[in-house]
Design a protein around this ligand. Structure first.
Ligand code: ATP
Ligand code: MG
Length: 566
């Protein structure tokens, strides 16, 4: 089997010529050869957990192809295994897919469980063709008969049952006459096939489980490898795009649609999963972090589930750009989280206002500024995008500045405040440090300065230059806020897993700052609004814990990074 190894060229800006990925090449050819009249793709999540960034790749790829070729995109819940599926997951998946895609056509939402009748008929059809049989071997015996990669399997002793007997037994399996696990329906293909998936795979099993859609109607459920091609064929999917681990299942997929004689059978194409370097992505691992209580639910902002990325403040645009940069390929690789951070910075840079917030406050008193006076300065909302206009920012005699912007004894090249030094207060005046106050432990509690009224921003500073600019908020009008800073949930230095297989959690993955001060305009922010806090990064109002009385901001990403797109 040939595996073309092709990648999508990076899409850095629209002017560059974008090369086609290998899936687009296949579709182009199918259309050219008249094999495909209409492109229909699907995203088929199993509702057994929340979606993560890897699923976002599949959603964006599939919906993008449908759009590009003027086709249709289906969201299909692959809910054929009631053991782990829940309505909670169906709801969260719907919300996540809508968010990533902007919206979705509700007419194009499907449930595999809606096809249980058809799947049953398909199984009957295979039995009638002599292509399926009811087998009484135990699960252990089936495994043993299956053989290994080196040795062929042996036929089940039940393989030669007559069609009539098989029809009768299968009907009685459905009617609930047999214990769970006591009988299965198997395809009759080839016990000597080098591909183990073709050695009379199981099509149906008995399982008395209540299903979230069909209740107790069924006590037999189809296996994934049988159900999936039927689902695709029923919906008229033209290209069934899945990840590489299904490559070995493709011959079975093709066998099912061929034996069932579907017209225009779908074509399965595999691509490499998205992995993020040193970031926990798999549903199983995220579930473990949630169930072990290490994180605060599936939308904990430290996770890369879609719900978490949304709560953290990532945008669908940034995720789509990230997927374009990471490309579509047949070869397994891993993308850098820094690339995702780059994408969100790029997305927010010109769209979101730049505001002032002080995360670790100390007071700054301007001793020569009039008492009880507040003036309102005109401040540009985004210096790189004048269209965003200006706002009024209050300024007064007492301000808060960040603790790291003052030092009693500065090292070389420290250009911020220290006794005797002059700096610019961003958007305001030049101030010179004249004094400071400390508590009993020597911690600085107040910094005293004088200001030069001639140096108001925008009205010229009589030629004088200063090297440092620091941000501030006016103490009298500031609002308090809680700010949460995040690091990777796993410790990058020490690796993702401990020796015993548990996840190596970074103890600094969250830092909660409770006494931050924000300029008053920020207190008007609504849930999910995002901003640049100058010099600190991009922040988003937390959708769960923030309220007008107690604002909570999540840091989406800091401002600086060493990452540059290739
Ligand atoms: P996980 O690997 O996290 O357990 P899954 O594959 O079991 O996820 P499904 O609900 O079966 O989850 O996946 C739905 C679709 O998303 C499938 O088509 C699957 O191939 C695709 N998908 C899952 N993970 C990734 C990934 N990391 N990159 C790209 N596509 C993915
Ligand atoms: Mg799966």
């Amino acid at each position: 089997m040939s595996s073309p190894v092709e990648t999508n060229e990076n899409i850095v800006d629209e002017k560059e010529v974008v090369s086609r990925n290998f899936i687009q090449n296949i579709i182009d050819k199918d259309i050219e050869e008249g094999k495909c009249k209409k492109v229909v793709t699907r995203f088929p999540p199993e509702p057994n957990g929340y979606l993560h960034i890897g699923h976002a790749k599949s959603i964006i790829l599939n919906s993008g192809l449908a759009k590009e070729y003027g086709g249709v995109f289906h969201l299909r819940f692959d809910d054929t295994n009631p053991t782990k599926e829940k309505v909670e997951f169906v709801d969260s998946i719907l919300e996540d897919v809508k968010w990533i895609c902007g919206d979705i056509d509700t007419d194009q939402i499907y449930y595999a469980s809606g096809y249980f009748d058809t799947m049953y008929e398909c199984a009957v059809k295979l039995i009638k063709k002599g292509k399926a049989f009811v087998c009484d071997l135990t699960p252990d015996e089936i495994r043993e008969y299956r053989g290994t990669l080196k040795e062929p399997g042996r036929p089940s002793p039940y393989r030669e049952r007559t069609i009539e007997e098989n029809l009768d037994l299968f009907e009685r399996m459905r009617a609930g006459e047999f214990e769970d696990g006591s009988k299965v329906l198997r395809a009759k293909i080839d016990m000597a096939s080098p591909n183990i998936n073709m050695r009379d795979p199981i099509l149906y099993r008995v399982a008395r489980k209540e299903h979230h859609n069909t209740g107790n109607k069924w006590c037999i459920y189809p296996m994934y490898d049988f159900a999936h091609p039927i689902e695709d064929a029923i919906e008229g999917i033209s290209h069934s795009i899945c990840t590489l681990e299904f490559e070995d299942h493709r011959p079975l997929y093709d066998w099912v649609v061929r034996e069932l004689e579907f017209e225009n059978p779908p074509k399965q194409i595999e691509f490499a999963k998205l992995y993020l370097t040193n970031v926990v992505t798999g549903k199983r691992y995220i579930k473990k972090l949630v169930e072990d209580g290490i994180v605060d639910g599936w939308d904990d902002p430290r996770l890369v589930s879609i719900a978490a990325l949304r709560r953290r403040g990532f945008t669908p645009e940034s995720i789509r750009n990230f997927m374009e940069l990471s490309g579509v390929s047949k070869s397994q690789s891993s993308s850098d989280y820094a690339m995702l951070e780059y994408c969100i910075r790029e997305d927010l840079k010109l769209k979101r206002p730049r505001m002032m917030a002080v995360l670790d406050p100390i007071k700054l008193v301007i001793t020569n500024y009039p008492e009880n006076e507040i003036e309102y300065l005109d401040v540009s909302n985004n210096q790189e995008n004048e269209e965003m206009g200006t706002r009024k920012v209050p300024f007064g005699r007492e301000l808060y500045i960040d603790r790291e912007d003052f030092m009693i004894e500065p090292p070389r090249k420290y250009f911020r405040l220290f006794p005797g030094n002059e700096v610019r207060l961003m958007n305001a005046y030049f101030v010179t440090c004249t004094d400071y106050v400390t508590d009993e432990d020597g911690n600085v509690t107040e910094v005293h300065c004088t200001y030069d009224p001639e140096t108001k921003s925008g009205s010229g500073f009589n030629g004088r230059k200063v090297k440092g600019t620091i941000h501030w908020v006016c103490a009298e009008t500031a609002e308090k806020a809680e700010v949460r800073l995040y690091e990777n949930i796993v410790d990058e230095e020490k690796g993702v897993y401990n020796e015993d297989g548990t996840i190596n959690v970074n103890p600094n993955s969250i830092t909660v700052l409770k006494d931050c001060y924000i300029e008053p305009a920020l207190a008007e922010a609504e849930s999910m609004d995002s901003f640049q806090f100058v010099r600190h990064g991009y922040f988003c109002v937390d959708s769960k814990d923030s309220s007008k009385e107690h604002m909570v901001f999540n840091r989406i990403v800091s401002l600086k990074s060493s990452y540059r797109p290739k």
